[in-house]
Every structure is written in C-alpha cells, then in structure tokens.
Design a protein around this ligand. Structure first.
Ligand code: GUN
Length: 290
C-alpha cells in the first residue's frame, strides 16, 4: 500500500493559526512581536526563503524587518548589527540567514551567532539554547527539527521504543533532531557522510529523518515497511526542479508515512520560526509584567 503523504503545507497553516492566536493576545497587551532577519549577500535561494519569512510573519501579525548586508561584509560589521538588534526593544527574534560567505568560515560563524542574545535566538543556535535542549530544559529549539517533530506527531506514531535514524549531523538540523527524538523515548542513531553501510542502518529504522543535502539518496529498498520518513532536503536538479534527499516515488511504495518536497518540511520550518518569535515575545511580555 502506498504511504500516507504528510501535508506540510496544511499542517503549517494549523501552526500559523496557533501562532496568530498567541500574537493576538500579545498585541492586546501592547506587545507586538518583532522579527529581524539579517541576510548577507545575494544567494538566490536565501533571498527566496527570507522573502517568504517576511511574508508569513506579516500574515500572523509579527512585525518583520530584513537587514541586507553586502556579500563582502566583514564579520565585525555583522557583529555590530547583531549587538544593535540585541539592544532594540522592538525586536524579539534575531535570525542570521545561513549559509554565510567564506569570510565567516573557520569558526567565525559560530562565534558571531553566539553573540545573539539567547532570549532572541529564535534559530536555537546559541550554545545556551543548544545546552538547554541537551539538558531537557526549556529554551529555543531550531525551527526545522521542531517542524519535523510536529509532522511526526501528526502521523499518530508513538515514538517510544522506536528506532530512529537521522541522516545528517548539522547543528541546525541533525543534532537537535536527534535530541528531540530521544526526548520522546526513541532509540536514536545519527548517521552521516562517513557512516558505513548507511542503507543497512536505515533498513532498521521505524523513523527516518533525511537531512544530508544529497538528492534522492534514500532509496525505496532502504525503507522498513511502514516506516515514517521525513525529507528535510531541498536540492535543485540540473533541470531546475526541486527534489529532496529521498527518492519519493520509490519510498512511497514502502513507507507508512512520507513527507514530500516541496510542500513538506519547508513550510513547517517557517511556521516554527514564527512560533519561536511569538514565544520570545510572550517571555518579554512576562518579564515586563504585561
Ligand atoms: N538557511 C536554511 N534554513 C535556515 C534556517 O532554518 N535558519 C537560518 N538561519 N538559515 C537557514
């Protein structure tokens, strides 16, 4: 039987409604949530994502601004902008769109992202928020893994005792994803480009999260019958079409649930960014006694 398709677009609409309701309550108390996105350079994909974030923010009543910096901007200038946003009381969430250009490689990127105030770190990339996730404490969690967990929840699959395989070990997806699955009592393996016998590891999995950035890497015969498969990849083929990290047509033949690309994780990532901004504003409202 063909897999059930996890409708990320529809589910993101539900999350946005929840966020809009929270925002409405905040605005009634005089707190308008604000998001600042910093975009460095002119990467076409990043420009599309940032426009989409701005547009969706507007839909739920979040005030969004984008700060555009040239591709040759020096790290000191980006840092100066971040410190100014940390001090700006109208800004609840600060997001630096990734990837950054080469002058930020070799640890500079992490050093700069670590300067975003943890209370405004809606991407969940500050070491304090990463530490809270590992410790099981309340903090900001990266948007894509949060969206993936909501998609899994929507399938009704109980993760307790299930084997989950996360393919990809990035700080923004793979590592937080593994911790969220662990918190739901799954038995988690993180696989990556150096993993030996990746197909066999995936064959053991009840839940597969593909986040490696390799077009259609995960094949139909890697999938345990009935498994839930979440495709985080967004790859553009030479013909210009978008494909995920999962060979969708093959995988739907074996899986119980599978998320498509596009229309899967992408809209959920943005919905959870808006959710995090609304939570940041709610915490501000509590701090200010409003
Ligand atoms: N680039 C692609 N996805 C993301 C994301 O979730 N956050 C940031 N900051 N950059 C990204």
């Amino acid at each position: 039987m063909a897999a059930q398709i996890i409708d990320g677009r529809g589910l993101a609409g539900v999350v946005r409604q929840e966020v809009a309701a929270r925002v409405e309550g905040l605005v009634a108390r005089g707190v308008t949530p604000g998001l600042a996105v910093v975009l460095v350079g002119d990467d076409p994909a990043s420009q599309v994502y940032v426009r989409s974030k701005e547009r969706m923010a507007g839909k739920v009543g979040i005030s969004a601004q984008t700060i555009r910096l040239p591709s040759d901007v020096q790290p000191e200038e980006l840092l100066r902008q971040i410190l100014a946003l940390n001090e700006d009381s109208s800004v609840d969430g600060v997001l630096v769109q990734l990837p950054l250009p080469s002058q930020f490689s070799g640890g500079v990127e992490a050093e700069i992202l670590g300067q975003i105030s943890p209370e405004k770190d809606v991407d969940g990339l500050h070491p304090l928020n990463l530490g809270k996730l590992v410790a099981g404490e309340d903090g900001f969690v990266a948007c894509t893994p949060s969206g993936c967990m909501r998609m899994l929840a929507s399938t009704g699959v109980d993760l307790t005792g299930k084997r989950a395989v996360v393919i990809g070990r990035s700080t923004i997806v793979g590592k937080p994803m593994a911790h969220l699955l662990l918190a739901q009592n799954a038995t988690v393996s993180i696989c990556h480009s150096r993993t030996v016998d990746l197909a066999d590891r995936v064959r053991e999995a009840d839940v597969v999260i593909a986040a490696v950035g390799r077009p259609e890497l995960v094949r139909g015969d890697w999938i345990k019958p009935g498994a839930a498969v979440i495709d985080v990849g967004i790859n553009r083929t030479e013909e210009g079409t978008l494909v995920g990290d999962v060979a969708f047509d093959e995988v739907t033949q074996a899986a119980g649930h599978v998320s498509p690309v596009p229309g899967g994780v992408g809209p959920m990532t943005i919905a959870y960014l808006l959710n995090n901004v609304s939570l940041a504003a709610a915490r501000r409202s509590e701090r200010e006694g409003r």
